[in-house]
Ligand binder design. Structure first.
Ligand code: 0X9
Ligand code: ZN
Length: 451
């Protein structure tokens, strides 16, 4: 067993010296690229992929999961890549990248609650440019002036306004805060539509949600990374990072989900600017992550739920992302996630997997989830990976994914009543006797005291 591990370790080391660098900036040109779907039947192959993701900036990793990896490989590297895969005895298939995704057979015109109003209009029939999204948010706020407010959350690196919607039926009273964010990664287009669908549904049928919204403000940032989002519409459909420009350098952009000040740049991120997981020059070096930090720090004692919406893979992740070590109240986090996943499944059977991203994907630090949970002590913190077999999701899926995910949002919000929150926060202390990691303990306790 030990020998086997040793051999696979050696294989990984040797394999690192593989693919020759081409270091071209692809800038949206995917001529010759192939999408590889590699199945892992051993940890060695998976670990090899995790290593490659950090070392090989010319590959674009879409998903590394327990038993498979999906990765875009440019023409020049395909021969070497396939050779390595064969040496590692792994199976793969390759396709061109604009493949068709799955389609829905659900009647999306059924309202979510019997007797409720259908979220209407043409907005959810296709994906929109950023301006249209902002206009839609402003229109929603105008239409429901007593419960919704449009705000500028911050400004992006290129100066775009980052729009937010605050939804609340009890303004002027102290309220708990639920923060829902999407679009941190530019190419994950299904994430802004899904959180906006949720906002529209809440507003159109507010009478059904009075109990849940009784003392809760829902704060939604649909596109945290508008510069990247626009770039993924105009130049490069698979752009991930923001568009931070460094004068004199050809690569651009910081991975916003590696830029938070929690074990920053410790694992699963890179200091190579050309990498898809470049963590930035320092923690919060980016205006987009600064905006999140400013907002959540200012509201840290009333923030009880943080949801960061990504795609794809159908996962609900709870902390930690940076280590496989269990989080203190993981049992509680897991049970809430299970409820959320069950309610998603009721709509059309979509199955989510639940756990930590460190276990189900890879260890990666500097994420919003770990920071909100570990540094701010926000008891319910999750990252969702929405469905899709890639980042290109057909228009016909916008409403069905909106509807099934809505069920998860409602389930999460239902845990914000006083009793549940008290339990959630107490379980931060008592849930796991074996937790002796030191990190963040004091912060947790000081947060608990002031609640
Ligand atoms: O790697 C990420 O940032 C997320 N996956 S994605 O494919 N959308 O890029 C997962 C983030 C999970 N959380 C942490 N690693 N902290
Ligand atoms: Zn993402």
């Amino acid at each position: 067993m030990k020998l086997k591990k040793y051999i696979s370790f050696i294989t990984i080391i040797i394999s690192f010296t593989i693919l020759n660098k081409i270091s071209a900036v692809k800038d949206g040109d995917y001529t010759g690229y192939k999408k590889y779907y590699v199945t892992h039947d051993s940890d060695a192959i998976r670990e090899y992929m995790v290593g490659l993701q950090l070392e090989e900036t010319d590959l674009d990793f879409w998903l590394i999961s327990e038993n498979s990896t999906t990765v875009l490989v440019p023409a020049q590297l395909q021969e070497n890549f396939e050779k390595r895969l064969t040496e590692l005895n792994s199976f793969f298939n390759k396709t061109s990248i604009y493949g068709n995704e799955y389609d829905s057979d659900i009647d999306s015109e059924v309202p979510l609650i019997r007797g409720s109003r259908q979220v209407s209009g043409s907005f959810f029939r296709s994906f929109h440019r950023y301006d249209t999204i902002l206009q839609y948010m402003i229109a929603l706020a105008r239409r429901y002036p007593s419960i919704a407010r449009y705000e500028t959350f911050g400004r992006s690196a290129e100066g775009r306004a980052i729009g937010a919607l605050s939804i609340s039926i009890t303004r002027g009273r102290p309220r708990k805060l639920a923060y829902i964010q999407a679009g941190a990664h530019a190419r994950e287009w299904i994430t802004p539509t899904t959180v906006l669908y949720f906002a529209a549904e809440l507003l159109a049928n507010i009478q059904f949600y009075r109990r849940i919204l009784n003392d809760v403000e829902v704060y939604i940032v649909p596109v945290l990374n508008p510069d990247g989002y626009e770039y993924s519409h105009t130049r490069d459909r698979f752009w991930r990072k923001n568009r931070h420009f460094y004068s004199g350098l050809s690569c651009r952009g910081v991975d916003l989900n590696r830029n938070f000040g929690v074990y920053w740049n410790y694992v699963g991120s890179s200091q190579n600017l050309c990498s898809e997981v470049y963590s930035g020059r320092s923690p919060y070096s980016e205006p987009e992550t600064q905006a999140v930090r400013r907002f959540l720090e200012a509201n840290r004692f009333r923030a009880k739920l943080v949801l960061d919406i990504h795609s794809y893979g159908k996962y609900i992740f709870y902390p930690w992302g940076y280590t496989k070590f269990p989080a203190r109240n993981r049992n509680f986090l897991h049970s809430v996630a299970l409820r959320a996943a069950n309610s998603i499944a009721k709509y059309r059977g979509t199955i989510y997997r639940i756990g930590t991203s460190a276990q189900l994907l890879y260890e990666a630090s500097g994420g919003l989830d770990d920071w909100a949970y570990g540094v701010l002590g926000i008891p319910l913190t999750y990252t969702l990976e929405l469905p899709g077999s890639g980042f290109v999701v057909p228009n016909s899926e916008i409403i069905p994914i909106g509807k099934e995910t809505y069920a998860a949002f409602i389930e999460f919000l239902s845990y914000l009543d006083d009793e549940q929150i008290e339990y959630a926060q107490n379980s931060l202390i008592s849930d796991d006797q074996s937790f002796d990691f030191g990190f963040n303990d004091d912060i947790f306790r000081s947060n608990l005291k002031s609640n």
